[in-house]
Structure formats: C-alpha cells, structure tokens
Ligand binder design. Sequence first.
Ligand code: GAF
Length: 385
Amino acid sequence: MPTPDINAVELAETAAAAFREVFGAEPEGLWAAPGRVNLIGEHTDYNEGFVMPFALPFYAVAAVAKSETWEFHSTYGEGDTVRADVLGTSAEDGVAGWAGYLAGTAWALNESGYPVGPVRVAIHSDVPHGAGLSSSAALECAILIALADLYGHEIDRGEAARIAQKAENEYVGAPTGVLDQSASLLCTEGNVMFMDCRDLSREQVPFDLASEGLQMLVIDTNAPHRHADGEYASRRADCEEAARLLGVPFLRDAPKDAHLDDDRLNRRLRHIVTENARVLDTVKVLEGGSVAGIGDLLTASHASMRDDYEISCAELDSAVDAALGAGALGARMTGGGFGGSAIALVEGAAAAKVEAAVIEAAAAKGLPTPRVFVARAAAGAHRMA
Ligand code: GAF
C-alpha cells in the first residue's frame, strides 16, 4: 500500500521544466497548494457550521511568471495550452475546463479589489482527479498565492479562501462552500483544522496517529461520476428551505430538537444538526488525547450521510462496511459524496487486512477496484521557490 509523500523536488522540477519547454523562459517562482481529506463535518460549510479537514501530501504546483498575455499550460490531461483574455471575460463567458479554475481565480482576485495582470503558468499536479480530494481547489489556491505574491498583495489566508470560493461559485459555477479552499490554504502539517465556517475562526488540533499506532487510510472508490453537481445543489436548496421554515438564517442556528413535518427536509436538518455536534465531539476527544476515540463518531457520520443526507453510493457504502468488518475503528465517506473517497481509521497492524477486505468487497459486488493509500496531515499552500 503506497504512502504518498510530498515529492517536492520532482513536482517542482516537472512544473519548472514544463514552463521552460512551453514558454522558453524561466518561471519567476513556484507555488504549491494541496488537496485535502475532511475528517468530519460534511455539507456543514454552506450551513455556516463546523468542518475538520487536513491537507494531504498531494500538491498542485504552479510555475508562474508575469507576461504580456494570459497563457495557461498543464502537464496533465491533453497537455494543452490555453490563451485567454482573462479579465476581459465575464463569469458567464469565461474560460472552460481546467484552465477555468486558474482564470476564475485571477478574475475573482480582480473583482475583490486585488488587481492582477497577465501571467504565464505551467501547472503540474499529483492531486488525484475525480477522487473527491479537492484537485480543483488545489489549482485555485496555487494560482491565487502566486498571483498575490507576483502582484504584491498581502491577503489574509481566510480572505484568500473566500476569494477562491468566489472563483468556484461565480466563475466556474459550482455552488460549493468554503471547505476545500480553506483546507488548501489554511491547514498545517501534523494537524487537523477545526474551523467555524461562519467567521472562519479556526484551531489547529494535533493529529498524532503514529503515537497510538494508528493509520488513516484513504480509499478512492474509483466510482464513476453521477450527477454529483445537481445533487449537491439540491441538498443546498433543501437546507435553505429547512432554515427558512424554521425561521433561522442557517441550519447552524437550528435548535438541537428542531423538527420539520416534511420527512425529507427533516432528515437533511437532522444530518446538519447532528454532524455539527459530532465535529465538536471529535475536537473534544482529540484534545483529550485520543485519536482512537473518534472512530465511532466517524462511523456515525457516515450513517447520517447515507440515511439522512442521502449522498452516499454503493461504492462508498461497500468500502465503509468492508473496512469496519475488517476491524477499522471508524470509517466514513469524505467530501461531497456520490462517489469519490472514504476514510478508515485503523490500527497499523490491521491496515493490510482492511485494504484487502475493501478490494475484495468491491470485486464481489462488481464495483470498480478501489485504490487505498495511507494519509498524513501535510502542510497547506506555500511558495516552493
Ligand atoms: C464539496 C464542496 F466543495 C465543499 O464546499 C463541501 O460542501 C463538501 O463537498 C461537503 O462537505 O467538497
């Protein structure tokens, strides 16, 4: 089972080499931003609730230099180069595809009172795509810190997360919360970040798996994409409707015993209220000095997402059930849902057994073969060179 780690030298060299090859010059610098796992606190961000992500040691690295024109190159996908009049486009007729995350971030900086000019960018990323590990937020955050540095803006990292979210919401057009961009910009090595999405106040909570002989496995289910965007928007709309019926600004403000007669809305409400409580309990258990003690909270979170929020799928349920059956202390899907990845907290000695069980269970059900790796809490976005 691989234990990915930041291969800083290789990532940086590949991004810089791509820049040199495509643009025939040296980049002015290299900026890196990671993907993430959310330990607990799912779909709570747009309800102004609590989240608990940690950064993964997978990064998008941007090699960047100021230029006369906007030119974006990526080493993955088609390996193509996109030229665009970024600031001349609007959110409606913006750049599409992977380059849209870069163009959208430049657009959002400008809209937010941080004027930036054209750059040439070569992007290289080892954040897995389509695995629910925030590969697109990593792109946004890498270019954001690069543009801020090159154009002389000192931007508070919380505000920067809001700007990257604006790019995602208004330019790319995905109605997501602030979780992924905050994780990429604000997480710190060795810690899981407890954040209140109402005011982005946060606390770095030590996440010392090794001292208890534990490992956190990430299980990329390789599930095909299924209408995740539409379902995400409909959960968000359900929450807004539930808050309106309860007469509160956001479900974060709903009383613990709040109830709605509409069964679907009541289940959405119950997920958000109980999930926020589980995040607070997780913080308490971790601060009390036990990582193993959060296992049941993770598993309860999964049940809530499966039954009340209805965002799980056969691949995620199979991975979680098989991991628990093979002795995991806790397991849950992580991220938006409808595919992507699950996490499992395991005793180090049980890791291989859990991996085998997850793969076997998928095969028995005719599901895609999951990819399992060991995660660790890595550093947030930073300049590399
Ligand atoms: C996706 C979104 F982008 C986040 O904002 C968050 O809502 C998450 O799903 C669910 O917690 O990653």
